[in-house]
Design a protein around this ligand. Sequence first.
Ligand code: NAD
Length: 249
Amino acid sequence: MRLAGKTVVLTGAAGILGQAITRRFAAEGANMVLVDRDAGRLAGLAAALPAEAVLSVTADVASAGDMTRVAEAAEARFGAIHVFLANAGIEGMAATMADYPDDLFDAVIAVNLRGVYIGIKAVLPRMADGGSVILTSSIMGMMGTPFNVAYTASKHAVVGIRRSCAIIAGPRGIRVNTIHPGFVDSEMLDRLIAQHADPAASRRGMEHKALLGRLTLPEDVAAAALFLASDESRAVTNHGLVVDCGTLN
Ligand SMILES: NC(=O)c1ccc[n+]([C@@H]2O[C@H](COP(=O)([O-])OP(=O)(O)OC[C@H]3O[C@@H](n4cnc5c(N)ncnc54)[C@H](O)[C@@H]3O)[C@@H](O)[C@H]2O)c1
């Protein structure tokens, strides 16, 4: 098992990608600290795992107090943290700048950027040397769009955090990498394309844009996260791993 004896703190655990990552990592022997603000979905996910290998904490990733509580609870339950996967995120909306509410811009930045920053600040001091930090960015952290500037800016900013934290954590042997999922077959994508004039055509367009002719699956992202969490990626740091079926080309 590739994560036996490792403790993983995962934010956004109750979401579609979080659930796929949880299932994959738990099957590889990890102790999972599941973090989300959705207590109900979190409880359902935790109930499906062996009780001795799971801790769930309801928390807001943008709150320093909450994330300190998460890190302390993880350490108290399992000891040092080996993997921190900052995955919680919100999508904002598919709108041009003229139509984009300023308070929604603030909300997207609070979760997708401040949440990642606050999480690393709380968890990194409690991580074992030689650990792995993984940040969920997006292909929108590598390209522009006229329709969701807040989300695009937040996902680019995550790359800035990666570059800086890879320098900070490198001397402790801690690797810091980003994952850049493409269009994932998920509730988040459904919510976004529901705002398009012809959602079915948008979905087909996304499939056709990918060189592999399909949407990315949550399990594809979980497999990439497993590589970055495991010792198999021990020489990989400050890297952006694109998992998009060839959408960026
Ligand atoms: N779904 C996609 O197509 C796609 C593509 C690229 C990147 N991503 C990124 O992947 C990550 C996971 O996306 P997903 O598809 O699983 O979305 P999702 O909406 O299914 O899950 C996101 C989870 O984050 C939680 N969350 C949101 N704000 C939070 C906060 N302040 N504190 C704690 N938890 C919070 C939500 O409750 C939810 O469970 C996000 O960062 C997203 O931007 C998704």
